[in-house]
Design a protein. Structure first.
Length: 757
């Protein structure tokens, strides 16, 4: 018999141990991530008393795949539109927290005497709170429906995105011996360029592909296509100098805007769970008990740094974003831990060979300790706020809490100039990136192809002419849109008529865009020809004028833009049609300290089968039921006669305390588990009616066999091979042999009653 490969043996050991440990952690109500880490520690070579894996390199390869699928799943849950709709408040909080915590981590590393790269990576790891752990803590404590919890989750989404950027930045820093500011700026530009380019091209092409193949797609093919696109983007990302994880995240964020996103999330989840478990087990395998003992003091100090750093600096970051002191402290205390991205950043540092071996197990130990302390930190925010409320001067508290109103008021005030500049800058950047990508593709790929078709050196002018003309034709819709977009917008018209002093700046914005468009044409001409500068500029300006005057180019650019917007909004349209989106008035409720939250009715809920009028939800909890979501059906403004079913999603309007009480009730008012479930088994028995049976002379309908004894007559023997279905109006007679279905105890009661004299 052939031997089992080492990889299969290692996987068997990892999954069996991980399964046993995670069951234990589930019983202890601890995050499964910690269970995976403990399982990795148990099967690692550093644990001498247990079995260990045979080939660590194969497991590391699987762990790298796990990182790709983890970030792909993160991208599927991410939406650029959600970030835009969040406003500036979460952005301010996320940036201030990351900057302050990263600075604190770097300073702490230097205080320990660690080398420069260890301190930089430590700062990156301490800046990232754990989305998984915080989400579970909110769920366990029944706080998910509270307003501060939604603020924390918004900031965590932004932190996850910034963590991707941080990983690319850390890779750039690690690649140079002493990176300077120019390299940092270049790295940021490269990230933004490829991120915008991939997103725009992806939103054009992928929804069109999925739409055209939708009839051919079943769950199996959709899963294969989604994972194939994920791996393809990971390869492309690696080819241009970024990490494979960055490419996987980008593809996930592109697919998140498609109608198939929800189905892809469900299909990918088992794959993500498998490879994610292997990744976290591989994290635990790197933990060395000797290192933990040697670095016990730094571990304790790092734990204190995170707890006090997030409690103080995190709360300050939320204060800066315009929250009240109570809300800011609830948010800041909730984020006092590190998690998944700290491990990914540590893995990046190890793979690049720029951090010391001790840093990984130290960070894992810190993560485990802070994870256990997370629920206590969340609970501690309230007494700490009450203590500060007593100690701080009343004048300070009033000013801090008033800052929320002034901050939100300034955000809502839209300045015409700011609005115009923001939109013009957006269009200019997007169309410049698209134009640059087309030019690079044509000059590096198409031109060599034409040269091979026309090998004669004397015909170089023809090669250059064909390349130049086709390139200008391809980028002309982008250049025209760059120049003409918002040239006749309501902001321009309002500014033009309000004040004559505004007209010169408006003309300047148009001339500036013409100059940028001319620069693209100028670059193409100067790359391909040796004409004088004056001739090149003349040709460029002539081409720009023709683009502006061309109606066909205008219609092409409008069609392209409409197609992009349609693809971008397709998932929103599908969500509106199927009742998945929350009402638009939700944002206005938040200003009045009231918001809407969705609760799911458990399968074993005592509410199931009851009408809203019976449940008296408004009287008991003070909330309003705005909608009931049932499959693809949406029942808006339900009345007291609407019945609640298991699995229904109830959208409820109320304040934090009302929603918390309602959530506790819907989770706790459940049917009690049956302690004698074994007795619920159904049996088929026959029973003969004697001359003294109380059922003789009675019909099946009024015999009480179903109502009084919870049994059912399935047939009667009449001398035939098969049973005869009994008519409900047929009267029982002496000697009838009837067949009964019911539970054993009920059948026994029925037989006892039948045999009584």
């Amino acid at each position: 018999m052939a031997e089992i490969p080492a990889l299969v043996q290692d996987l068997a050991l990892i999954l069996v141990v991980a399964g046993a440990v995670t069951l234990l952690f589930k019983r202890l109500k601890q995050p499964l991530v910690l269970g995976y880490i403990v399982a990795g520690f148990l099967v690692s070579p550093h644990m001498p008393y247990t079995m260990s894996v045979v080939d660590e390199s194969d497991i590391q390869t699987w762990a790298d795949i796990g990182v790709i699928f983890l970030l792909f799943s993160l991208g599927l849950d991410f939406s650029f539109k959600k970030i835009i709709k969040m406003g500036m408040s979460p952005v301010i909080a996320a940036l201030s927290i990351i900057f302050s915590m990263m600075t604190l981590g770097i300073c702490t590393g230097h205080a320990f005497g660690w080398k420069n790269m260890d301190s930089i990576f430590l700062g990156g790891m301490l800046a990232m709170s754990s989305t998984t752990i915080i989400y579970k803590a909110f769920d366990d404590l029944g706080l998910r429906q509270q307003r501060f919890a939604s603020l924390v989750m918004s900031v965590l989404i932004l932190e996850d995105i910034l963590a991707i950027v941080m990983m690319v930045m850390l890779s750039a820093i690690a690649s140079g011996s002493n990176p300077n500011g120019g390299q940092m700026v270049q790295s940021i530009f490269m990230i933004m360029f490829f991120l915008i380019l991939w997103f725009i091209v992806g939103i054009f092409l992928i929804p069109l592909f999925l739409r055209s193949t939708r009839r051919l797609m079943n769950n199996e093919t959709l899963l294969i296509v989604a994972l194939g696109l994920c791996c393809l983007m990971a390869v492309v990302s690696t080819a241009v100098g970024f990490s494979s994880a960055f490419g996987a995240f980008v593809m996930g964020s592109i697919l998140a805007e498609t109608i198939e996103a929800d189905k892809i999330i469900r299909l990918v989840e088992p794959v993500k769970n498998l490879f994610g478990a292997i990744f976290f087990v591989s994290v635990g395998m790197l933990v060395d008990l000797n290192i933990l003992i040697d670095y016990a003091v730094p571990i304790i100090l790092l734990v204190l740094t995170i707890l006090f750093g997030q409690a103080i600096l995190g709360s300050f970051g939320f204060l800066l974003s315009g929250q009240t002191l109570r809300t800011a402290m609830s948010c800041g205390f909730s984020m006092a831990q590190i998690g998944e991205f700290a491990f990914i950043i540590a893995s990046l540092g190890l793979s690049l060979g720029v951090i010391s071996d001790f840093l990984y197990p130290v960070v894992v130990a810190v993560s485990v300790i802070t994870t256990f302390l997370t629920p206590y930190m969340i609970r501690a925010s309230k007494p700490c706020y009450e203590y500060l409320e007593k100690k701080l001067p009343k004048k300070w508290l009033r000013r801090i809490n008033r800052f929320e109103n002034t901050q939100s008021g300034t955000i809502e005030e839209e300045n015409l100039w700011k609005s115009l500049f923001k939109q013009v800058a957006l269009y200019t950047i997007v169309y410049s990136i698209l134009s640059f990508a087309v030019i690079a593709l044509m000059l590096t790929s198409f031109m060599p192809f034409i040269e091979r078709l026309i090998p004669n050196d004397d015909m170089n002018w023809l090669v250059e002419g064909i390349t130049g003309i086709l390139t200008i034709m391809l980028i002309s819709p982008f250049l025209r849109a760059m120049i003409m977009k918002k040239a006749h917008s309501k902001e321009v018209k309002a500014l033009w008529t309000q004040n004559r002093m505004n007209r010169l700046p408006i003309l300047f914005t148009i001339l500036l865009r013409i100059g940028i468009a001319a620069a693209f044409v100028f670059y193409i001409c100067s790359y391909l020809t040796q004409f004088t500068n004056a001739l090149i500029i003349t040709i460029a300006l002539l081409a720009i004028i023709l683009m502006i005057m061309s109606r066909s180019l205008k219609s092409r650019s409008i069609r392209l833009e409409r197609l992009f917007i349609q693809n971008l909004r397709s998932r929103d349209i599908e969500a509106q049609v199927h009742g998945k989106r929350k009402p638009l008035f939700e944002g206005r409720l938040l200003d009045r300290d009231i918001h809407i939250y969705e609760f799911e009715v458990p399968d074993d809920s005592l509410w199931a089968g009851k009408q809203l009028g019976e449940l008296r939800i408004g009287n008991r909890f003070g909330v309003h039921v705005s909608s009931i979501l049932r499959g693809i059906q949406r029942i808006n403004i339900p009345n007291g006669n609407n019945v609640i079913f298991p699995g229904d999603k109830i959208q409820v309007i109320g304040n934090d305390s009302q929603l918390h009480t309602f959530g506790e009730a819907i989770r706790n008012e459940l049917m009690a588990e049956d302690p004698e479930i074994e007795k619920r088994e159904m049996h088929l028995r026959k029973m003969t009616l004697g001359e003294n049976s109380i059922f003789i002379g009675k019909t099946l309908r009024n015999s009480g066999i179903r109502d009084d004894y919870n049994c059912m007559v399935v047939g009667v023997e009449e001398g035939q091979q098969n049973l005869t279905l009994i008519n409900p109006e047929r009267k029982f007679v002496k000697g009838d042999t009837i067949w009964i279905v019911g539970e054993e105890d009920d059948i026994l009661r029925l037989r006892t009653k039948n045999e009584e004299q």
